[in-house]
Unconditional design. Structure first.
Length: 313
């Protein structure tokens, strides 16, 4: 790899008219719109810049990357607002982080659309909020008023925070990771939400249908699974197991937001499987992805599809 792709990156970052006031992706190489930078992303974490590498590079290239990032600090806009620059090696075990500039703030609180979320930096592969799902959270917030909502594979409860902010009656969050749910509870507390309106179930979904059904029925179900979770979830095999349960979980005018973030799985996969396993559900629309996540192939990017029963929305 030559220095030319890195020049493209540095020019892209230097041309930011001003740094955002909220958390945001600044550079998305994984959409393959920038040749030579397909394995690199840059996120602005409100005072900290995190650069993530998804593939190993030679030492000379990495040093050139670090030098160029430090050069950003010559710009008053960057130097005034940036406390740290972090380089995360996502391809390596444990996703170790190099502190390129400044001092790491490991547990920052950031904002998205006026909502607060706590992050965890420097020790985990994922920081606690998936930025490409910004418009999905926004959609849930806009459609949550008065609804009982089931949030499957809830992680740190981003959808739940958005739903309660939008006036949801109650949200049930289910995730195998109790640590993620604990952070989800913190996220609700950061936004001064009434925790009586939120439930946290630290269970494996396929062993918990009885408990999930008992807490229903639901006006909205959000399904945002991992592409693969060793020992518990394989997307192309297990998604159908969820869809065929929708009839017993949803109210008569229920709505589903079904998501998939695997480049190997198309939106049509979800549409076809829904028609097969839950024919009462009608495909309504696909949500757009944030403009800061360009992709040369729409089917390789995040897919968030809305389904409803009897024209509900």
């Amino acid at each position: 790899m030559t220095a030319t792709p890195l020049s493209t990156l540095f020019n892209h970052l230097a041309q930011q008219p001003q740094l955002p006031n909220e958390i945001q992706r600044l550079f998305h190489g994984r959409g393959r719109c920038y040749p030579g930078l397909e394995h690199l992303t840059v996120d602005w974490l409100q005072g900290q810049l995190q650069v993530s590498l998804f593939k190993a590079h030679d030492l000379q290239w990495v040093e050139a990357l670090k030098a160029g990032l430090c050069d950003l600090m010559k710009n008053p806009e960057w130097s005034h607002k940036t406390q740290a620059i972090l380089l995360q090696h996502r391809y390596a075990s444990g996703a170790p982080v190099d502190i390129v500039y400044g001092e790491l703030q490991a547990m920052p609180v950031v904002n998205e659309n006026g909502l607060k979320f706590g992050l965890s930096l420097g020790t985990k592969q994922n920081m606690g909020l998936f930025l490409d799902m910004r418009l999905g959270r926004q959609w849930v917030r806009q459609h949550a008023a008065g609804k009982r909502i089931l949030n499957l594979f809830s992680y740190t409860c981003g959808f739940s925070v958005a739903a309660i902010a939008g006036g949801a009656e109650h949200v049930v969050n289910l995730d195998m990771s109790k640590a993620a749910l604990k952070q989800g509870k913190v996220n609700h507390q950061l936004n001064s939400h009434d925790l009586n309106k939120v439930s946290f179930l630290g269970h494996e979904l396929f062993k918990s249908w009885g408990k999930v059904k008992k807490l229903g029925p639901y006006d909205m179900i959000v399904i945002d699974p991992p592409s693969f979770q060793k020992g518990s979830f394989a997307l192309t095999k297990d998604y159908q197991r969820i869809l065929r349960r929708l009839g017993e979980l949803l109210t008569p005018r229920g709505v589903v937001l079904a998501c998939v973030n695997s480049p190997e799985v198309s939106a049509q996969f979800l549409i076809d499987e829904m028609a097969r396993e839950a024919p009462q559900m009608q495909f309504e629309s696909r949500l757009p992805n944030p403009p800061e996540f360009p992709d040369i192939d729409d089917e390789s990017s995040l897919k968030c599809l809305v389904f409803n029963t009897h024209g509900a929305s």
